[in-house]
Design a protein around this ligand. Sequence first.
Ligand code: ADP
Ligand code: MG
Length: 748
Amino acid sequence: TSGDKDSQLIFDLQSETSPVFQLPWDPLDVLSEDIFDDKVMAEKLPGAVCGRFKECLITGAPCSEEDMKTIADCLFAWARERGAIDFSHWFFPMRGGGGAVGGMLGAYKQDTLLDLDFSSKFTTKPMKACLPADRLFQGETDGSSFPNGGLRVTHSAAAFTTWDRSSPPFVLNKTLYIPCAFVTHFGKCIDEKTPLLRSMDAVKREGLRLLKATGLGKDAKTIYSYLGWEQEFFVIKAEHYKARPDLVNTGRTLFGKLPTRHQQGDLNYFAPVPGTVQLLLDRVQGVMLKIGCPMAVKHNEVAPGQHEMSPVFRVANVSCDSNVLFMEVMNREAQRLGLQVLFHEKPFSGINGSGKHANWSVGTDTGLNFFYPGKTEEGAKLFVTGIACLAHGLRQYNELVRCSVATAGNDHRLGAQEAPPAIISLYPGQGFEKYVDSVINGGDLLGYKAEKKKQATGCSQADPIEANVEDRNRTAPFPFCGNRFEFRAVGSSQNCNLPVMVCNAIMASGMSYLADLMEKGLSHRDAVAQLFKENRHVVFTGNGYAAEWRQEAAKRGLPNLNTTPKALATWSSEKNQALFEKLGIYTKEETLARQEVMYENYVTSLKIEADTMIQMVETSIWPACVKDLKVMKMYSSKAEVLVAAPEATKKGGWAPCGTAPESKNGNQEPKKTSGTRRDAYEAIMTETEQLKSLLQQLPEALAEEATFLCDVVKPQMERLRLAVDTAEGVMDAELYPYPSYETMLYSH
Ligand code: ADP
Ligand code: MG
């Protein structure tokens, strides 16, 4: 059975270190074998139970007790066939610092699949394996040790996990995973998933209202939002990772000089994936396929050591779950191969960081897509209506969109010419921009011509290409991609739930506004034209990296919230609170709690970074400087210089990438060299003392503390980094206490 194969696999993977190891099965043969999806339910459950369950997913009604029991028994038997000995409610606390812990991972406690229900204390009832229905559908736990923004206190700590019935359970590593929402005793959300599920309900509710008002999509019973994520990450050797306290504690390098060759010449993008990394990606693809997450793409990214994988898109909540799972599986498989995956947004300074593009769309159960121009009049009308709603949402709740990607890690990417700017605009394509103006000026709703263009290649053997309706724009935070929008500003370590929740919320706001206008008597055309007119200035199809765009955006009144504290300050505005409340996504209390958690996550990340820098300087970098100066002083006696160096290399426990022969052979005049070095090294101490003194001055209130860390402490950290990196550039390479960038980025 597949259960046996699985245990064999786990055994093999754990004991195996040889890079030639292959998966014992073909992932395409065992596709979805270990996920309890629609197909399995249809096969294993009585038809009537299965039908009622599906109906409940659409109506939102609870399942009957009897059906719950049938489903639990069936799931139990199925999971046992796959070797499960435990089950886990798997949920997503609002934890920050995702970069440092290898991505925003899920939380779970492994519960035994044994019956714990004994009637008497002294029972002799034999033990029985089972999964009672009440344990499948709901769990109770201590909520006080999860970030909750004041919604949970230690003396009132109960919190509950409850199965998100639309995200199928699966078996992995002998555990039955049950994806769950996580709420307090009073039903307040203290997780990432619950608000997303609520936002999916909001899009459905407002979307159906809009369809009714416009007369489009008459047969639609429900509306789904979809997500296809693209996950970027770095892979380095585990031994290098462990030798760098900055990577271990913060997920990014706080010091480190760029190698002379890094990403110039575009040598890395789509280049062959290095051997061990290819093995890692193949294995992860295999595991993900088996548990029903169809991985679609893997490739090398722009920076050396950087790669990307993405799956086939699915309903948003299921896809968000699979992204967390992907990060968990990557971490586990990498460990088995002596590798370490870095999900931080900016692990290395000076080369590209990592993002997580959220390809997002909204559509009906009958196959109509709000973001696909379509081949029918109905599709075409829905498309322009959909974009009008999105333009409204993006303009009216612009700050929310920015907040959904505001983290300490992501601040290093946004606006740095490698990711979209911090200004949130809409790119529907240049052809569509012209069409927007025509509708504003009275044009017809069917005036947008979504024609694919044939282009000759100029040679006889390569066929003409069929170019997309609109070109791509890599500088836009929210570009149109043919049948979806790609929210490109999401950070690589983030959980997708919050950004996708906000996409749904702003879309629902536009749907609701448009439906209101039509219910008040405006024609469909006029209502769409009004939305375009009111929000015209959020549409931008030029170069988002250009300095002129910042000036132009300011003229248009679009916010440029270029740091996390600036963004977070806008989260709980009256307008945003009202929207969340109206859509049933957050109560006022939950909105405020979420803001507090985001501030806390930011402050914690920065403080750990500053403390780690100080530690690294005092315990390793400064001692290395002192040794280097000593060696330089002894320079006149060549023999002594050569003795001093190897001793220092023992310390770090890693193999240095190379030696710096000049420092031993000495082409320079010794006194001058040590003088230059002394200056560089002394700068390190001066900057460290300055950093320490700033950390003594942190304000108490959370928002002020975040701003101080951002505006005052962070620039000081950058000054210290510059001093250390300058020192690294002159120091005997054997004395530098950590693996260099060159070693980390080019070791496989
Ligand atoms: P790119 O060419 O932009 O790098 P990829 O092929 O790497 O794109 O990834 C595109 C992602 O978009 C995939 O996950 C794909 O499944 C997803 N996608 C495609 N169509 C839709 C859609 N309608 N809604 C949401 N996601 C989609
Ligand atoms: Mg891609």
